[in-house]
Each structure stands twice: as C-alpha cells, then as structure tokens.
Design a protein around this ligand. Structure first.
Ligand SMILES: [Cu+2]
Length: 163
C-alpha cells in the first residue's frame, strides 16, 4: 500500500515538472517569436511576412572577399567566378530579413570573419566565423539607395535599393 501511494506521488511530481517544462518551452518560443518580429530599427513587432535576402560571405578566387547570393533552391552553389555583391531591390514599407552565412573557410594562421551592416537601418551583425550565420530583420521605412558592407573588408559592399 505504502509503496503504491509513493509511486503515484512520484508520478504526479513528474507530471507537474513536465507541465512546468512544457510551459517554459512555450514561453521561450513565444518570446523568441515576438522578439524576432521586432525589426532592429523599430521598438514594435511587425506582423508581416518578411522579404528574405540570403547572402553568403565567400572568398572568390579572382575577386577576393565578396558577398554572394545564397542559392535557396536545391542547394546548388552560385559559381564563384564573377560572383560579386548583388544589388537588391525592395519596396518601401517591407519587412526585410537578411540571412548571412560565412562560407569563407579560415586559413589556420589567418582566421577571417565577416559581418554585414546597413547603417541607415541599424543593421549590424556580429562577426561571423566559418559556417556561422545570423539573421537580421529590419523595416525598410525610407526610400533610397543604401550600402550594405562588411566593416572588416571594405571591398565587400553592395547596394540595397528601396523604392
Ligand atoms: Cu568581410
């Protein structure tokens, strides 16, 4: 008898821990979701589907360090030759998510990092090591031509056109 009641108490305890754990996970997920909907240049979440820009930082044999478009379909790589920081055209008022991954393999004695910045929209990524990635979401709330660039390699620079 005693052992049965002990068992049931134990399982109740486990259930409570399970419920607490699940609500904690849901809470964190919810917080992260809301947080990721707050553009870096706004204090409020924006509930709309972002326009995605996929970029990778690579070392091109003939052009040195560049940003290149990530191929999103099929995983076929963009050819390195001739690859250069592309121009993106987006509409004013759009929510934009920039996904940057560093695909620049570091030499052992010369580790390299890349970042992406668009000053006018408060976009500043951290320095990304080989195969690290970061997504930054901002609101394209003004028209014009803006430069995106890497602070470590001034030659890594492209244009974002908001129309
Ligand atoms: Cu760089």
């Amino acid at each position: 008898m005693k052992s049965i009641s002990k068992k049931s108490r134990k399982s109740k305890g486990i259930t409570i821990i399970g419920i607490l754990g699940a609500s904690l996970v849901i809470g964190i997920l919810g917080y992260t979701t809301i947080n990721s909907m707050i553009p870096v240049n706004s204090n409020f979440p924006v509930f709309s589907a972002p326009t995605n820009i996929y970029l990778k930082a690579i070392k091109s044999p003939d052009r040195g360090y560049v940003f290149a478009s990530q191929s999103v379909k099929g995983g076929k790589g963009v050819p390195l030759t001739g690859a250069r920081s592309p121009t993106f055209v987006i509409n004013e008022g759009n929510l934009v998510s920039i996904h940057l991954i560093s695909e620049d393999r570091n030499e052992r004695d010369n580790p390299s990092f890349h970042n992406i910045n668009i000053d006018e929209f408060n976009v500043h990524s951290k320095n990304l090591h080989y195969f690290e990635s970061q997504t930054i979401t901002f609101l394209a709330d003004k028209q014009g031509e803006f430069h995106y660039y890497c602070t470590i390699h001034p030659e890594m620079s492209g244009t974002l056109e908001v129309q």
